[in-house]
Ligand binder design. Structure first.
Ligand SMILES: NC(=O)c1ccc[n+]([C@@H]2O[C@H](COP(=O)([O-])OP(=O)(O)OC[C@H]3O[C@@H](n4cnc5c(N)ncnc54)[C@H](OP(=O)(O)O)[C@@H]3O)[C@@H](O)[C@H]2O)c1
Length: 327
């Protein structure tokens, strides 16, 4: 057993509980991460960019200096860098603006954290892999096809060659539990299935993780001292059509739902998307003491919630609006 992240106090091993500075605490992963940290009595602060929330401080990666916002930043802190633009289509359409946030801003904040002796946890994506083989481990070499993933790889490489104490946490599709989680993949699938013309690829595979497990993993990574890459995702991977079928089988709205089965290559994306970039989680399961919820159970629980929201929105204002199936 390794003792990374553990310090000796009076002869016993105790985990280092760093203060968390969560960049992007107003997002799908940041909100439950901050809540989980505070719930366990850990000092934690978070930032927002465009969506203020009580207790969060404003911070723009592209325009502000991390040390100006957190002048006391030091070795007892872990900066969890979630702040980013993650919509691959938006990134592709806005290469300069996305570079400023996802790469230049991220690297500047990372340098500041490093200079202050703080630990860094950087959120990356399974999209860094080309998706030809599937089942990628931490030792596989990234080969990104989208600009969004290229930006993540650029930051990953700078972190890996930059020294300091760091963790790179790659994940896949993440299921949130709040109404504000408009990019939840189960929500988007549910909406697509209710809309005419929905298509689902039967050869597209990805991981699907309950965000509460993501938060648990990020807390564990914040407390370690080793510098390493981690795949933080549930297993087994999910086929796009299986996700659609699970939603339909579980939902009270199933009679109104439907889709056409297609090949992933039939779906027009502005740039090539990885077909099967799913990652394996053995290392995280073995070393972070995490039990990831089974994707099927996560979908079942989220659909129950969506059915309840759907019923209440039907009563108030009709069906929820359609959104892109691309999450
Ligand atoms: N969710 C997933 O399925 C998934 C999968 C793989 C990797 N990831 C990565 O995990 C991280 C967090 O994802 P998420 O799902 O929580 O994303 P999200 O819901 O889109 O939240 C993004 C966060 O970044 C903040 N942000 C946006 N622009 C910023 C800027 N210029 N300066 C500082 N902060 C800025 C947002 O603030 P406002 O909301 O206040 O504008 C928000 O707090 C991202 O780096 C993403 O690439 C996510």
């Amino acid at each position: 057993m390794t003792d990374f992240g553990l310090t000796r106090t009076g002869g016993a091993l105790a985990a280092t509980r760093r203060r968390l500075i969560i960049i992007g605490a107003s997002g799908l992963i940041g909100r439950p991460l901050l809540a989980a940290a505070l719930a366990e009595g850990r000092p934690a602060v978070g930032t927002y960019f465009a969506n203020p929330a009580p207790g969060l401080v404003p911070f723009d990666l592209a325009r502000q200096d991390l040390v100006e916002v957190f002048p006391e930043l030091g070795p007892d802190d872990a900066v969890v860098l979630l702040g980013a633009r993650k919509d691959a289509n938006w990134v592709f359409a806005n290469p300069l603006e996305s570079q400023e946030i996802n790469v230049d801003g991220a690297l500047h904040a990372i340098r500041r954290a490093n200079d202050a002796g703080a630990r860094l946890v950087f959120a990356s994506t399974e999209f860094v892999f080309d998706g030809v083989a599937g089942g990628y481990s931490e030792s596989d070499i990234p080969n990104p096809s989208t600009l969004y993933a290229q930006q993540k790889v650029e930051v990953e490489q700078a972190i890996q060659s930059g020294g300091g104490s760091w963790a790179i946490a790659r994940t896949g599709w993440t299921v949130g539990w709040e109404r504000a989680d408009t990019q939840c993949p189960v929500l988007n699938t549910y909406r697509s299935l209710l809309s005419p013309g929905a298509v689902m690829a039967d050869d597209n595979m990805f991981t699907l993780t309950d965000v509460r497990d993501t938060a648990t993993a990020l807390l564990a990574l914040a407390d370690r001292s080793d510098s390493d890459v981690w795949h933080v995702a549930a297993a087994p991977p999910v086929v796009r059509t299986d996700l659609a079928d699970w939603v339909m089988e579980t939902s009270r709205q199933r009679a109104r739902m439907g889709y056409e089965r297609v090949r992933f290559s039939d779906i027009p994306y502005p740039e090539p998307r990885p077909e099967r970039s799913w990652i394996v989680n053995h290392k995280a399961v073995q070393n972070l003491q995490i039990t990831f919820a089974e994707p099927w159970r996560t979908v079942e629980s989220k659909v129950r919630l969506l059915d309840a929201w759907f019923d209440s929105s039907q009563r108030l204002q009709g069906p929820p609006p359609h959104e892109s199936q691309d999450s």
